[in-house]
Design a protein around this ligand. Sequence first.
Ligand code: HEM
Length: 242
Amino acid sequence: MTTLINFVTHSRLWRSFFRHGMPDNPLDRSLVMTTNIFFHLHPVKVNVKSIRAGYSMGLGVITLAAFISLTITGVLLMFYYVPSVERAFVNIVDLQTKVPFGQLLRNLHRWGAHLMVLITVLHMARVFYTGAYKPPREFNWGVGVILLILTLGASFTGYLLPWDQLSFWAITVGTSIASYEPFMGPIIKKILLGGPEVGQESLIRFYALHIMIIPLFMALLISLHLWRVRKDGGLAANEVKD
Ligand code: HEM
């Protein structure tokens, strides 16, 4: 049996897939980590505590999954949605009532967005609770804070797009609150709305922010965030001595 396993794991076919032998020795174990793109997200040596489900509760990965799902469903929604005050609401009603799986698509996007906000906050709470914000991870904590603000920004800008009463008044109230910021308040409101009140100019601005500017920054920062997790030596639990 051992001879057969040796023969298979040293064959050219096995090597073309795995590039290392059976991971039953320290060298092959580390090659498993360094030659596989998915495992490579972990450092070469991983403390068993850091991969225990109860440590991170997978909250960062769930946030990432929510972001990917929102990107896919968002791109599909763009096939129907037109950011015009005359057409936006009718589009959404048509999508829900006439387009096959339209309601499912919209709900996946809407509920996914709520879920992402919730899970991002829980992920941040977990990082705080386990003290993983401390050096050398303080930079990644900072990146995380910007990601949280961008997540809330994506949620806020998406809120206006259905152009129903809820959207209209939520954004009217939200931007009025922003206008009370002592120094830049009125300017922030003007930049966001593109005019004195919520209208076509606001819709197109929120649309551009929602589908392009915010997701682009998020994708860049998420890549930086994950790269930093790797460069900081994996999750903070890796530093715990057994
Ligand atoms: C779009 C939002 C975010 C995504 C996709 C994301 C993703 C991830 C992933 C996949 C990990 C590694 C696995 C895990 O801890 O579950 C991680 C770790 C980490 N995240 Fe986030 N994150 C986000 C937001 C945040 C926020 C809001 C903060 C804090 C303000 C934060 C701070 C950190 C820190 C410090 C680590 C390292 C944790 C450790 O070493 O134990 N992240 N993040």
